[in-house]
Design a binder for this molecule. Structure first.
Ligand code: 2AM
Length: 178
């Protein structure tokens, strides 16, 4: 199974994000139902490992917190833009949950995540050819702010890579409690 741990977003936020998107030829826009904020990418694991990871995630105790999306950005690799995202504020509540998940995943046997946590929701993917247009889009929408939304659970998703876009299925929801 190909797995990742993420926050789902309320429908209103997905609608606001998707309303902003469009108008750049050559980029692949993420479908609104696929919007999420990844807390930990796991990747392909065998079934027994998925069970271990589920047990570890279920043992996490963390409090609900507010999530705010704020500003746009791009990720680049070798000078090519790979994706466009809306950034999330790295608040203590979000950082705390991410750290707890990272610790739980390592205890369950995964190697440490090497990349620094940069919370974001990917809006589009690009082959790198639309650099100028993406830069213009980021500038035009950089004042985007979402109303803070209360995060009361996180989700273990499975991902099947499709022809056009991956299909994400919520497998388990884990509640946050005060
Ligand atoms: P991205 O949106 O920034 O590409 C499911 O693939 C989720 O896991 C995506 O949100 C993706 O982030 C994230 N992810 C992190 N590392 C990944 C990797 N090495 N391969 C695929 N997805 C990864």
């Amino acid at each position: 199974m190909r797995l990742f741990v993420a926050l789902d977003l309320p429908q209103e936020v997905k609608i606001r994000l998707s309303a902003m998107c469009g108008g750049i030829p050559g980029v692949r826009w993420v479908k609104p139902e696929n919007y999420h904020l990844t807390l930990r990418f796991i990747g392909e694991v065998p079934g027994y490992m998925a069970e271990e990871l589920d047990i570890a995630l279920a043992s996490i105790r963390a409090k609900p917190f507010e999530l705010s999306l704020s500003g746009l950005g791009t990720f680049e690799k070798s000078g090519r833009v790979q994706s466009l995202h809306v950034a999330a504020e790295r608040t203590p509540g979000l950082a705390h949950l991410q750290a707890k998940i990272e610790t739980a995943m390592q205890r369950a046997g995964l190697p440490p995540e090497r990349k620094k946590f940069a919370p974001h929701v990917t809006l589009a993917r690009s082959d790198g050819s639309s650099l100028n247009k993406l830069a213009g889009f980021v500038q035009a929408h950089n004042l985007f702010r979402s109303e803070p939304v209360m995060v009361e659970h996180f989700v273990l998703f499975s991902s099947r890579l499709g022809k056009e876009q991956a299909v994400y299925t919520p497998e388990v929801e884990y509640a946050l409690a005060a």
